[in-house]
Design a protein around this ligand. Structure first.
Ligand SMILES: NC(=O)c1ccc[n+]([C@@H]2O[C@H](COP(=O)([O-])OP(=O)(O)OC[C@H]3O[C@@H](n4cnc5c(N)ncnc54)[C@H](OP(=O)(O)O)[C@@H]3O)[C@@H](O)[C@H]2O)c1
Length: 354
């Protein structure tokens, strides 16, 4: 590989930033420049990420140490609202620089919708410039994008199984019910009483069973697929996992479909998408997608079951929220933006047993 891509991570002390750092350290085409943290500036990154012992001697630096002119890409792994000004500054003052934002700040094209679910947007003119970073749906736009807004982890596990069937007009668009189970790392590295071990261990806890923020991007992408406004009913639950998401979608069929139709549909949609695996096995224990089978990988496993009795189709999606749901997906986008094979630095199976 010729010249390496010079990359910095803002918010490298968090969970998404830490895992992105792990992926990029092993990426043959990347030179890591600055890994930022205000709280841990001057501290070796292995103090917070002991899994990286022997792989890096870098220390965290303040964000003021980043020299944008000496970078080709900057990743933002910061809370929503906090990415807005960095992105605006880089977009205006450093035209050569590509930006990959893992927060929600540029995912939603419509300012009113963003502000309904999140907060005021200080740079709404940039919302239309950002490309939603789901390579399986927007691969060509990502290749030529300057600003990519990586999807949320729950929407990734939801949009991938739903998009083809919505696009094909096979389901009732007014009754799409989505139930997700998610691990504790989704809450990030900062903690409060809800993530305190005695309170979190062993839970099955509803989190925002209505009005969850991620509805905004699910509806945006699915409406685009349908060519009309789609509404979803979404309820996530915290469960006993650190990493991982398992999503079940209940949708109702407009006309009878057979397994053979679904195979054709998904193979057509994702035949050229190396990280989407269709899981439907009649014989083994592993009949459907499972978070354990994608843990530590960039795969999104999707599957379905037709319920003729209730005229229902059950769709399933499993991802590792810290990889396909954040740092892996961001790396996949970077590969596309810099003309690399999208699998570079990401092509590996998970562990079994795990
Ligand atoms: N966790 C997930 O599964 C997941 C998945 C997809 C997307 N996301 C999104 O990714 C972003 C990061 O999530 P996370 O889970 O990694 O959070 P986290 O563990 O709480 O980390 C947040 C990071 O942001 C930094 N930070 C906070 N305010 C900052 C500011 N004003 N300027 C620069 N850095 C700042 C913190 O650095 P300091 O050390 O300086 O405080 C820390 O490194 C969020 O927007 C989240 O919604 C998370």
């Amino acid at each position: 590989m010729a010249q390496k891509i010079r990359a910095s991570i803002i918010g490298a002390s968090g969970y998404t930033g830490g895992d992105l750092m792990r992926i990029l350290l092993m990426h043959e085409g990347v030179e890591l420049k600055c890994l930022t943290s205000e709280r841990f500036a001057g501290v070796p990154v292995t103090k917070l990420n002991p899994n990286l012992r022997g792989f890096t001697q870098a220390t965290f630096v303040s964000v003021t140490e980043i020299k944008p002119q000496e970078n080709d890409v900057v990743f933002l792994c910061v809370p929503h609202e906090k990415a807005q000004d960095y992105v605006a500054d880089y977009m205006k003052n450093y035209p050569h620089l590509k930006i990959i934002d893992l927060s929600a700040d540029f995912r939603i094209h419509d300012q009113k919708t963003y502000e309904h679910y999140y907060c005021a947007h200080r740079h709404p003119q940039l919302l239309k410039e950002a490309v939603y970073g789901l390579p399986e749906i927007h691969r060509e736009q990502i290749r030529s994008a300057r600003l990519v807004a990586c999807p949320g982890c729950l929407p990734t596990s939801t949009i991938l199984p739903l998009y083809p069937i919505v696009k094909a007009g096979l389901i009732d668009l007014s009754h799409i019910v989505i139930d997700s189970k998610i691990g504790s790392a989704a809450a990030g590295a900062s903690f409060d009483i809800s993530t305190h071990h005695p309170e979190r261990q062993g839970v099955v806890r509803a989190y925002k069973p209505s009005g969850h923020r991620h509805i905004a991007e699910m509806e945006q992408e699915l409406s685009e697929a349908a060519g009309t406004q789609v509404k979803v009913s979404f309820s996530p639950h915290g469960v006993e996992m650190v990493r991982g998401i398992f999503t079940t979608v209940h949708a109702f069929l407009n006309r009878p479909v057979k397994d053979v139709d679904m195979w054709k549909l998904y193979r057509g949609a994702y035949g050229n998408s190396p990280f989407v695996r269709i899981i439907k096995d009649k014989e083994t224990l592993y009949r459907y997608p499972e978070p354990k089978m994608v843990a530590g990988t960039n795969f999104a496993d999707i599957g379905w079951e037709i319920d003729e009795h209730a005229n229902r189709i059950v769709l399933m999606g499993a991802i590792d929220n810290l990889i396909k749901g954040s740092g892996g997906q961001a790396t996949q986008c970077m590969n596309l933006m810099f003309g690399l094979d999208e699998k570079t630095g990401l092509w590996q199976p998970g562990l079994h047993p795990y």
